[in-house]
Design a protein around this ligand. Sequence first.
Ligand SMILES: Nc1ncnc2c1ncn2[C@@H]1O[C@H](COP(=O)(O)OP(=O)(O)OP(=O)(O)O)[C@@H](O)[C@H]1O
Ligand SMILES: [Mg+2]
Length: 378
Amino acid sequence: MDFNIKVNIKKNQPDVTAEIEVQCQDYVMYKFEVWSVGREPQLIHNTGWGDIKQFEYIPEKNMCFRINCGVRTLNSKKYKSTKPWYVSQHLDILPVLSCGRNGMIINNENGTVTKKIFFSKDSLWDKKIFEEYELQKFAHDSGLSTPQVYNPPYKDDDGLWSLDMQLINGVLLREVEKLNIADCEIVLEQVVKQQCKMEIIEHYVDTCKALSGYITDTIKKATFLDAPLKEALLSRFEELDNGNCGFIHPDFNKWNVMYNVDKQICYLIDWSDPMYGSQLYCASKMYFSFAFNSIMGGSASPVADMYLTKLEDMMEISRNDVIAWLPFEAVTRLSRNLIKAKSPRKLDVARTVVLREWAKENSIKYNESLLIPDNYNG
Ligand SMILES: Nc1ncnc2c1ncn2[C@@H]1O[C@H](COP(=O)(O)OP(=O)(O)OP(=O)(O)O)[C@@H](O)[C@H]1O
Ligand SMILES: [Mg+2]
């Protein structure tokens, strides 16, 4: 049974109306949801399944939100959700191309320039947003392949920070990963080429912090590690840290690299938290992003393995060294994500698995309940 769905969203100050038209022979039910956007999206309103095809929403707060519509047949219970609709605080319907946890990328009709609109209005973020601009500009000017930023961030009509940048016509590495392994090889070569370039860039002095200090501080402060595990991690890190002081992408993973298939070029996106340090950190983060399903007990990832081979061939980085850095990828990321999250993402659970396994291998006693929060239920 197929649906033919059309959604009309109308802005009608002070409310927004979503209306679904569906062609389907079966008896059809509808559902509308309103979500806040950002780091921890919240379901603000949910109509539940029913006959109502039209839904009016008057936003209570000054915020951007997302409307999701769902359609289901009564008999077969077949379900289809429509594409999400993003609405700004001024009730403009935003042509959102892609959405992350910090911001969304707007589809600009001229096809070359886009803007990232940041969700947070918290003034604590002002500095971070300028840092992201400066870092991305620095990366681009240093010859790395990254979207060009055109001017410093500015506030749009909704009072949200916007950053104009080059629109990348490409897909995330996570999509590329689904290609056949021969095609993946070409892409991974491009990724490692960028790492080779990063390694020789003199670090960005003004706001850059040292990765080594950041990792040791994070371990010391982590509330989800108990004392023996902290101590063991710190001494292991001291052994491993090779003091390589190149420029790094602090969140190097398959969700922050885009690839243009026609030009065979990859672009590093999402620059924040300027840092300098070991390329092994970047390598372990990228490896983790490819391998996390296998870490969670799934089948081994040929892409993760090929990535390690490329690092060996092109950068003389040994696979054991990359794997040895995984617990540090896990601690730094968990310290940013897990503590706040009510139900951690699968990725974060995989990071707790990395830590648990590492502790086991090193015969360290630790309090496992600290690694996965009590309220985790997924
Ligand atoms: N210059 C660009 N051109 C086209 N699409 C882009 C561009 N920059 C980012 N994107 C898309 O938008 C998504 C979100 O961007 P980005 O990763 O910068 O946002 P974020 O909210 O900081 O991310 P995260 O959730 O990873 O912390 C990306 O995953 C990518 O699909
Ligand atoms: Mg991102």
